[in-house]
Design a binder for this molecule. Sequence first.
Ligand SMILES: NC(=O)c1ccc[n+]([C@@H]2O[C@H](COP(=O)([O-])OP(=O)(O)OC[C@H]3O[C@@H](n4cnc5c(N)ncnc54)[C@H](OP(=O)(O)O)[C@@H]3O)[C@@H](O)[C@H]2O)c1
Length: 311
Amino acid sequence: MQGIAYILSCEMDPMHDERPLRGHNFVFSGGTAGIGLAAATAIARRGAAILLLGRDGDRGERAAATVCAAGAAEAVFRAADLTTMAGVGQAIRAIGEWRPALHGLVHTAMTASPQRADTADGFERAFGLQYLARYALNRGLLAALASSGDGRIVHVGAKAPAGLVPDLDDLQFERRRWSLLPTLMSSQVLGYLHVQAAAQRWRDLPVTTSIVCVGMTRTETVRGWPWFVRGLYRLFGTSPERSAANAVRLLTAVDVRGANGSIFFDPQRFEPTPLALDPALAHRTWELSDRLARSRGLVLPESPGSVTPSA
Ligand SMILES: NC(=O)c1ccc[n+]([C@@H]2O[C@H](COP(=O)([O-])OP(=O)(O)OC[C@H]3O[C@@H](n4cnc5c(N)ncnc54)[C@H](OP(=O)(O)O)[C@@H]3O)[C@@H](O)[C@H]2O)c1
């Protein structure tokens, strides 16, 4: 009897065993290159339908062909510039026309420019693209994710220094001097706060939200950078496929409810750490983001379970 229980417990590991993905629909925001494309290709091999978002049409169509060749039930590209709330709204509409139910949404859209470049909405770029667009897409696609019965949101990001608190009174780096690393790190921590709050607010819905951190990866993200930076990435970066591994596992595992509101710090290990940031700060960040997205014309659905956080 004990032996059977042991065999069963070995066989059933919901965070490690895979669910079948045929008939499932996945969106990869920034999935036309790098880590997003590697993750989309891995999911395509399991026979799922895939929608890729990005700006460059040629690159998007090439990426969709790659994903299709890997075995996707369907692979489509939709052009959208996610630096603006108008672009986010356009992406939400295009995804809604594609499929009414989503089983996964992966965020990898990024542009790291060594110079300050604000978005057409007037946001500092890392804030606008790597934080606010993710927030707005998650809000706008929540109903589609919930209606699949098991929708999984995965943010791909980086490990921020412990204790870093974003300055909510200067999110656009107007009072402080702009430099790339602090803006990237600030947008990362805003993402952590969002994921923590989303897991709490949406806890009664069949939707999970998690973050996977990656390190230096050999992608084209540094293509506009000086030669020695590109050389460093080529020499020491890991492959996009390796950096995509935890995201893929979050999409394929039988049950990831145990990872809801968690962050995976180490890209080499599938080890969730529950986020435990200041709930009041997470709440303020959410409300502020809601106002900013709406102020740029994005129509967001009311958030189910808009609870005030417990202390
Ligand atoms: N690579 C690294 O070393 C590294 C290190 C730490 C963390 N990360 C994280 O990993 C994730 C992916 O990085 P990656 O290196 O795979 O990036 P990447 O190779 O540069 O790919 C970025 C993707 O985002 C799309 N994109 C860029 N700007 C966009 C916009 N305004 N609207 C819509 N799509 C846009 C790009 O397509 P288009 O240009 O055609 O729009 C492309 O599909 C990011 O979230 C980043 O924070 C990466």
